[in-house]
Design a binder for this molecule. Structure first.
Ligand code: NAD
Ligand code: WQD
Length: 339
């Protein structure tokens, strides 16, 4: 049975997508170098689906590893490329680490796919950071990519160009970039969730404060031009996001794509400020959250949220879950997580 190669899928978004692909009858092969995830994720996927996905520990920074994998697996029909380092602030402190990892990984993968003898459907994890600091909101796909405010965002933009230009020369590859906003929450079974080795994102930090692993959360600035001065983001439930990947992949598989390279925003279409998220989390969890307002975090922008009309229309996909539900699953995961 043909396989879908999922790079970086012991990670947060990839693992949730793997579950939904398996539940949709697909056969997946996960590769990951475990630089920001744990092998125990495979146990969680198996507990949910009853199927333990094939796994190989591979580092995409090394071209020979991906070339060798594709020689050994001739039955790969598609790839979803999740593997990357993803922390905006960390990328500012360590730009070369981010350019090397994220760009080399994408180039090595796409180079290997350019040599692959069969047609390939490629879905890429892009990001709203390719819009930089948008002049108007909500952001739509026909807005030009603007200079991202961090090396991380630039690696996403460059990766999109690598894929876009390769697809032009190698018509056996069809590709879709999915520009995620801020994925949060955990699988409703609480068998998998956000379980990074390094915690920089708002929601995992929030749940660690609530459970007592951290004393307080630092709120990075309340002097932004937003309703309450704290930055606004478009938070999307991980299960809504995972479902969009299955739909986008099957769009390519079933040749429903209108161009060889397409891209879609994946958000809810509304923003919440950091303080709104903290207050909503307190309501949902019943826990008082200690916070302290500090200076802005380098690389952050005031506000961004998605125009989701294109994904609604072309993919027939719309986010279903609200902020309270998302935060409830994040809290349950923090309390019950197995790894
Ligand atoms: P994650 O860190 O949980 O998962 C990424 C996975 O990639 C990890 O398991 C890591 O070990 C692996 N990896 C990293 N470099 C690798 C390499 N060189 N070779 C093999 N494996 C490697 O992150 P995530 O939140 O699941 O994000 C997945 C993708 O979505 C990333 O490309 C990220 O940039 C993108 N994205 C994430 C968010 C977000 O807020 N979480 C938003 C938009 C886009
Ligand atoms: C959200 C908001 C912080 C932590 C994410 C991903 C990144 C990229 C874009 C992938 C911000 C504030 C956070 C804290 C805080 N996605 N915050 N105190 O920065 O929007 O980036 O989406 O392409 O990979 O990380 O998400 O969760 O880091 O921050 O005040 O301790 O919460 O300033 O406004 P961000 P985040």
């Amino acid at each position: 049975m043909a396989k879908i190669l999922l790079t970086g899928a012991t990670g947060y978004i990839g693992s949730h997508t793997a579950v939904q692909l398996i539940e949709s009858g697909h056969n997946v092969l996960i590769i990951d170098n475990l630089s920001n995830s744990k092998i125990q994720v495979l146990d969680g996927i198996e507990r949910i689906t009853g199927i333990r996905p094939q796994f190989e520990q591979i580092d995409l920074r090394y071209k020979d590893q991906i070339l060798d994998l594709l020689i050994r697996h001739k039955d790969i029909e598609g790839v979803i490329h999740f593997a990357a380092f993803k922390f905006v602030a960390e990328s500012i402190q360590h730009p070369l680490m981010y350019y090397e990892n994220n760009i080399f990984s994408t180039i090595n993968l796409v180079y290997a796919l350019s040599l692959y003898p069969n047609p390939i459907n490629l879905v890429f994890s892009s990001s709203c950071t390719v819009y930089g600091n948008p002049d108007t909101l909500p952001v739509t796909e026909d807005m030009p990519m603007k200079e991202p405010t961090s090396p991380y965002g630039k690696t996403k933009m460059l990766s999109e160009y690598v894929i876009m230009d390769t697809v032009k020369q190698y018509p056996h590859i069809k590709a879709i970039s999915l520009r995620y906003f801020n994925p949060i929450g955990a699988h409703p079974s609480i068998e998998i969730g956000e379980s990074p080795l390094k915690t920089f994102n708002l929601i995992p930090i929030l749940t660690e404060v609530a459970i007592g692993k951290r004393k307080e959360i630092l709120v990075f600035g309340n002097d932004y031009p937003t309703p309450d001065g704290t930055p606004v983001r478009d938070y999307i439930y991980i299960q809504d996001l995972a479902r969009a990947h299955v739909i986008a992949y099957e769009r390519l598989l079933n040749k429903k794509n209108k161009k060889n390279y397409e891209y879609f925003n994946l958000g809810v279409g509304r923003g919440y400020s950091v303080m709104e998220v903290i207050k909503t989390f307190e309501k949902v969890s019943g826990q008082k959250i200690n916070y302290r307002i500090v200076d802005r975090r380098p690389g952050d922008i005031a506000a961004i949220y998605a125009d989701t009309i294109l994904a609604n229309k072309e993919l027939g996909w719309k986010a279903q879950y609200n902020l309270e539900f998302m935060l409830e699953t994040a809290w349950k995961w923090e309390i019950n997580k197995k790894f």
